[in-house]
Design a protein around this ligand. Structure first.
Ligand code: AKG
Length: 244
């Protein structure tokens, strides 16, 4: 897990928020609906400005370096917490993803296939659920620990809360233990996560678009895993690959 300060500037973030509002009508700073399972997933399928943000050459290169391979743009999610709400338990991302990759062999020797980039849209600290991360060596923990009270409280003591300002980013792999903490938020929070996937990883039975990018952040290929209506994804794929 690593933190990079002032990676984005204030203007870039403000522009992002306002253009998403203009393009999709969604105010991503507002908490609505179910905040724990993730808000506004994959808005980049419909928002050019968000796509462009995810295609940032510097982010692509960070992901390529971490994963040691070419990458797909996989997911974007906005996480909000209203005052008084509590976010996700501490977890490793491999836990919720077991179901997506039932045939993946996780081991202490295997490289992460997912690079996550998390960043707040407003100042975040212990009071509003900063996404803390443990910079440990690789560990493989049992999934039952997700709801194990003793483990969760232990993590609360072990994982330091590192305050982050808009512009800072946190980068972590699928083995990192992370989460916004156990306490109820004293103030609202709004944060973003981008997920980059190694081309090594296969996705089954998901209605999701994978955008393969080169070093410069240009989309060089796009594929989706078909499940239901893929017309929006098909349109986006054609647009990004300049297919008439
Ligand atoms: O920002 C948050 O509240 C949680 C983000 C997170 O842990 C995740 O997406 O895996």
């Amino acid at each position: 897990m690593k933190i990079m300060r002032n990676f984005f500037n204030k203007d870039e973030l403000e522009k992002l928020v306002s253009s998403i509002k203009r393009e999709s009508g969604v105010d991503i700073l507002k908490s609505e609906g179910d905040t724990v399972s993730g808000l506004y997933r994959n808005l980049h399928h419909e928002c050019d400005s968000l796509q462009k943000f995810m295609l940032d050459e510097r982010l692509i290169n960070l992901a390529r370096d971490m994963l040691g391979s070419d990458v797909y743009i996989w997911r974007s999610t906005f996480w909000n917490l209203r005052t008084g709400e509590r976010g996700q338990n501490y977890h490793q991302d491999i836990w919720p993803w077991f179901d997506i990759w039932p045939d993946k062999e996780y081991s202490l020797n295997s490289q992460s296939d997912v690079c996550s980039v998390w960043f707040p849209l407003e100042y975040c600290d212990e009071g509003n659920g900063v996404n803390r991360g443990l910079a440990s060596e690789k560990v493989l923990l049992d999934r039952s620990l997700l709801n194990n009270h003793a483990f969760q409280s232990q993590m609360e003591d072990l994982i330091p809360a590192i305050a982050m300002s808009p512009g800072d980013i946190m980068i972590f792999d699928e083995y990192s233990i992370h989460g916004p903490g156990l306490k109820n938020a004293l103030r609202k929070k709004s944060a973003v996560i981008f997920r980059y996937l190694s081309v090594r990883r296969k996705i089954h039975n998901r209605n999701e678009l994978l955008l393969k990018v080169d070093k410069t952040g240009s989309v060089v290929d796009a594929k989706y895993c078909k499940q239901k209506d893929v017309s929006i994804l098909e349109k986006l794929k054609r647009k990004l690959l300049n297919i008439k």
